[in-house]
Write a protein that binds this ligand. Structure first.
Ligand SMILES: *Cc1c(COP(=O)(O)O)cnc(C)c1O
Length: 487
């Protein structure tokens, strides 16, 4: 290939390189389970990345793919491995991997227009509304980068609805202090969004949680009442349908009722837990998702769509448009399926103008696996988490720190001689976590529950088997037993 051809590949060259890429994908995904879960990047490689020169002359595609294989693919964080249990990171469904390439080949901007990608996204939004039981007419949504952006989007609409002049006045001249409510266990993206929206972190009421880490609803109601009496304006409650820390689901029905009684916006962070509405176990507890004023849900978590894919749904689609729309008159459209511009542009409903074709990977994944396939896979993750919890309960030295919720199990190493010495337990569990993470056999992350540092496993992986759970527990027990200073 000479330099001219680099902008203009022949059919043969696209196929030749494409098949090499497919080989790399297949090698990567099939070799993953046999490799250490995580290994830190070697220092020489870190230096190599840091010191590598700006490429002046381009290089050949084969050398480039070789370099990807040896430098990049060889040093993953471990997500996708059957024994990767860290944070809320799932493996990619392979159909989604291919969909990314197909979407990039078309490379449309999904800002709007009368082309198939736009209708694919609208169909995906419609499917999620159905899945959740959200009203189909009048509501609107967007695919965004993830739960954080979906939260920012939903809370921005809340702010606009409750403070109708906010786009003109900002938060500068409010006669009343605008206040938001979340549980102390809520994701940091809620606070981040509220800070960005000008609420100020002093005007977020972090409502305390009960023993199972759920928001205390009477305290929420009391806080709202107090704010109203004090002349403040309660704007929004951000509830969690599965916290990232422990999987805890706030009492959504009760929070919804409080919001309705007090005319406060009801936002639900369902980034992680939302898809569990498909399961028999959680469908009732999560049925209030359909009553949210706005909702965040991450297809890139429990729906195994490759990152990034987040979803924002808003009950009042017109309000969503009013909160963001700022289009020049030449692209404003109210729907024209015969013309160029197509239905109202997505860019009027959110932050981004040029928008990628994220919808294709979500659309293909849903069509390929079907709702039934997803339900079965999520239920399987739940039962693997049950197995892990049961192993921890039966272990003499391990201890559940809170009852598991959804597919997150939080536990710690607490051998009899150390019980009661919280400081020592925290220290030893930190060391244990690091030893496990660096060991390559399994990977988990951590959380802190009422001051107790614990190991945290999130089972969100269609590649994980029962043996992987057993191996995880056996391994932790073995590593813990070998730590100095335990007995
Ligand atoms: C992951 C997560 C978020 C943030 O979403 P991103 O996709 O990381 O932006 C918010 N809330 C919960 C419960 C999450 O699990």
């Amino acid at each position: 290939m000479d330099d001219n051809d680099k902008w203009n590949w022949s059919n043969d060259e696209i196929r030749r390189v494409g098949y090499r890429v497919v080989d790399l994908i297949s090698d990567y995904l099939t070799a993953l389970p046999g490799r250490p879960v995580f290994r830190p990047c070697p220092p020489e490689l870190i230096d190599d990345f840091a010191d590598g020169p700006l490429p002046r002359a381009g290089e050949g595609v084969d050398a480039l793919l070789d370099e990807f294989a040896s430098k990049v693919a060889a040093h993953p964080f471990g997500n996708g491995h059957p024994r990767f249990f860290g944070w809320v990171n799932s493996p990619p469904t392979i159909i989604g991997v291919f969909a990314e390439a197909l979407a990039a080949a078309m490379n449309p901007s999904c800002a709007g227009g009368n082309h198939a990608a736009v209708y694919v996204e609208r169909q995906v939004l419609g499917w999620f509304k159905k899945l959740i039981g959200f009203p189909e007419s009048g509501s609107m949504g967007l695919l965004v980068s993830g739960g954080s952006m979906a939260t920012l989007t939903g809370l921005a609409v809340a702010r606009h609805v409750k403070l109708p002049d906010v786009r003109k006045d900002g938060m500068q001249t409010l006669p009343r202090r605008a206040v938001a409510y979340a549980s102390a266990e809520g994701h940091t993206c809620i606070r981040k969004a509220l800070e960005l929206l000008g609420f100020g972190s002093d005007n977020i009421r972090f409502i305390p949680v009960d023993d199972s880490l759920k928001m205390r609803v009477p305290q929420l109601e009391e806080a709202i009442r107090r704010d109203r009496e004090g002349g403040n304006l309660p704007v929004v409650v951000a509830a969690s349908a599965g916290t990232a820390s422990t999987g805890t689901i706030d009492p959504l029905h009760d929070i919804r009722d409080v919001c309705r009684r007090h005319d406060v916006w009801f936002h639900v962070d369902a980034a992680y837990g939302g898809p569990a509405v498909l399961t028999a176990r959680y469908k009732d507890e999560l049925s209030a998702l359909k009553d949210a004023d706005s909702l965040a849900l991450d297809p890139h978590k429990w729906m195994y769509v490759p990152v990034e894919a987040g979803l924002s749904l808003v009950r009042d689609g017109a309000a969503m448009r009013d909160a963001f729309s700022l289009v020049p008159p030449y692209i404003r459209t109210d729907g024209n399926s015969a013309g160029v511009l197509g239905p109202p542009w997505f860019s009027e409903y959110g932050v981004q103008q040029t928008r990628g074709f994220r919808a294709l990977k979500v659309w293909m994944a849903l069509k390929f696996h079907g709702v039934d396939g997803y339900t079965a896979s999520i239920e399987r993750d739940l039962s693997l988490a049950d197995r892990l919890a049961e192993r921890v309960r039966r272990s003499g030295d391990l201890q559940l720190v809170v009852e598991p919720s959804l597919s997150i199990v939080c536990f710690r190493y607490a051998p009899a001689p150390l019980r009661g010495d919280e400081e020592k337990l925290n220290a030893i569990n930190k060391r244990l976590l690091e030893a496990v993470q660096l060991g390559g056999t399994a990977f988990l992350s951590s959380t802190v529950i009422r001051g107790a540092f614990c190991l945290r496993a999130c089972v969100i992986n269609h590649r994980t088997a029962e043996e992987d759970i057993d191996l995880l527990v056996d391994h932790i027990e073995r590593v813990a037993g070998g730590l100095p200073g335990v007995t």
